[in-house]
Design a protein around this ligand. Sequence first.
Ligand code: UD1
Length: 353
Amino acid sequence: MILTIVGARPQFVKAAVVSKAFSEAGVEEEIIHTGQHYDYEMSTVFWEELGLPTPSVNLEVGSGSHGKQTGIMLQKLEDFILDLPEKPQALLVYGDTNSTLAGAIVASKLHIPVVHVEAGLRSFNRNMPEEINRILTDHASDFLFCSSEEGVTQLAKEGITKQVYNVGDVMYDALLTFSEIADKKFNLQDIIPFEADSYYLATIHRPSNTDNDANLTSILQAFGELSKPVVWPVHPRNKERLKTVSIPKNLHLIDPVSYFKMMVLLKNSFKVITDSGGLQKEAYWMKKPCITVRGETEWKETLQGNWNILTGPNQQKILKASTDSPNTTWKPLYGEANATNKIAKILKATGIV
Ligand code: UD1
């Protein structure tokens, strides 16, 4: 049995498609929800919509400082695993959240092989908690599944060469699997009162952008000068914060949306403005130009041909990027949307599950 650890929004999406591949390949899986995300819009709606198997347990860790949140996860996860009737054959984690790191540490201490999906990514910005989570998780992992050759090369530079595979990105599988279903389920006007191609889709939630007055002001001023409405589904951590600042007239704040609704918003957007990791890739796959409000990205391939432009929280750079267009023809990135089957196949072939 493989034990999968999820806790934050994007991990539910990844697990939905990987779990399906496991089930089709006859791999027995149990899922643990750490409870890092717990609001209906941040968690439950994803499980309902994506048909994820019910988790064996929700550890209900909730919010807290990084150390506290990760520490509680370590304790609760270890207790849960030690109480299982049989030791898992492997433990799988996704991406770079605190839930990812906690899973990797607990499993490696219990001598359970760690499988890391989205391995080898680096932003080279160690101020991001995610960067530390990625590095530590990779170095505790036994099977490392990368989204591109870049990840494989980076791991080799860090001395990690065994059981490293470039399988492509599981989010691509998810996007192709679910976006048609999403289109059938929701009309754009069910979600926002705008026409297709008439708005920017924005998500800003990194503490470096939202918790710093100068940076948030600069981003909001840039939004205010854009010629189209900006639709921003607001992460709960920023709700109160946005009540304390002046909101430009063309900014349309909405509650967090489900994955299906996000797919519909993305597909119909004019461009994307974000500091999220996953949305940079999703924008690329949907052939939408992306403005990334960060100084660096771990998804470097998307920068080719101006498909994705790094601006940091700089008003002038955001405005300049809003007028730029991609200057190369779109080509597939991060595999061919069959990463999930490859992962299941490789794990079976190695005999680990
Ligand atoms: C986490 C990940 C980030 C990922 C994001 C996806 C880490 C270090 N960060 O960031 O990499 O991109 O998830 O969405 O793991 N909150 C709620 N309700 C919830 C969850 C959170 O109100 O259901 C609020 C709380 O105030 C909490 C804050 O959001 O303190 C931050 O949540 P947390 O899970 O710590 O980090 P994210 O910003 O969501």
